[in-house]
Design a protein around this ligand. Structure first.
Ligand SMILES: *[C@@H]1O[C@H](CO)[C@@H](O)[C@H](O)[C@H]1NC(C)=O
Length: 236
């Protein structure tokens, strides 16, 4: 009997103390509301997990490590191959022939990732595997002016994610947004552009020179009709 009264008293104190604190002079109603939502949410805070963040610790591990339980969004079953990851930004460093590929994790248990790279048609090159925290990787030795298709694959014990529609897309069809694949067009080497610019410039200069030569030399030889007319007019 005594313990239950104590319990009741403790409960009352636990409930009343935060309320008493929120009885601040101004805007206590708002604060009380916030307090209320906080209390209902405190046991259901989402984990600090960003499925696109590089070196992101898996959500399950965050749950285990954290001081209080947090929520992870539902994952597909570990007995199924993962859903495809989502290809993110592809940052090209064309001068060095490399590109940094970013991706976002699927809502599936993932053991490792790798990249597939198609250069034209035929079989893709398979990149080295990365652990499940990794969200970006570098492609090297890309040819200037080259056109590639890159896909991210996720794998777990049950299998690997699919790369839908690559065969058709290699022919030029576009990839669905938010999918695991994307097209990669490496700009031509800057030197090539400079050469092209110099070429065009030289051609323009030659053209202007010949126009000038024609203007000053040939005109004198054949005579300019307007000048002749002027001279004739002055002679009168
Ligand atoms: C995963 O790979 C990254 C990059 O190589 C590394 O920094 C990290 O320590 C690895 N994490 C685990 C859990 O192996």
């Amino acid at each position: 009997m005594v313990t239950s009264t104590h319990l009741l008293w403790l409960l009352a104190v636990a409930c009343l103390v935060p309320r008493a604190q929120s009885l601040a002079p101004q805007g206590f109603e708002e604060e009380e509301e916030e307090d209320e939502t906080l209390r209902t949410r405190s046991s259901s805070v989402p984990c600090d997990y960003d499925h696109c963040r590089h070196l992101q610790v898996p959500c399950r591990e965050l749950q285990r490590a954290g001081p209080s339980a947090c929520l992870c969004s539902g994952l597909s079953s570990p007995d199924q191959p993962p859903d495809p990851p989502r290809l993110g930004e592809v940052r090209m460093v064309a001068e060095e022939g490399r590109a940094v590929v970013h991706w976002c994790a699927p809502f599936s248990p993932v053991h490792e990732y790798w990249l597939l790279l198609w250069e034209g048609r035929g079989a893709p090159q398979k990149g080295v595997p990365f652990n499940s925290t990794v969200r970006k990787a570098e492609l090297k030795a890309l040819q200037p002016g080259g056109a590639y298709v890159v896909c991210v694959v996720a794998a777990n014990e049950a299998g690997e994610s699919s790369v839908p529609g690559v065969e058709e897309s290699l022919e030029g069809a576009s990839f669905p947004a938010f999918g695991p694949c994307g097209r990669l067009a490496v700009p031509p080497r800057p030197q090539t552009l400079v050469h092209a610019a110099v070429g065009v410039g030289t051609a323009l200069a030659l053209l202007s020179c010949s126009a000038l030569v024609w203007h000053f030399c040939l005109r004198d030889r054949w005579g300019c009709p307007r000048r002749e007319a002027a001279r004739a007019a002055a002679g009168l």
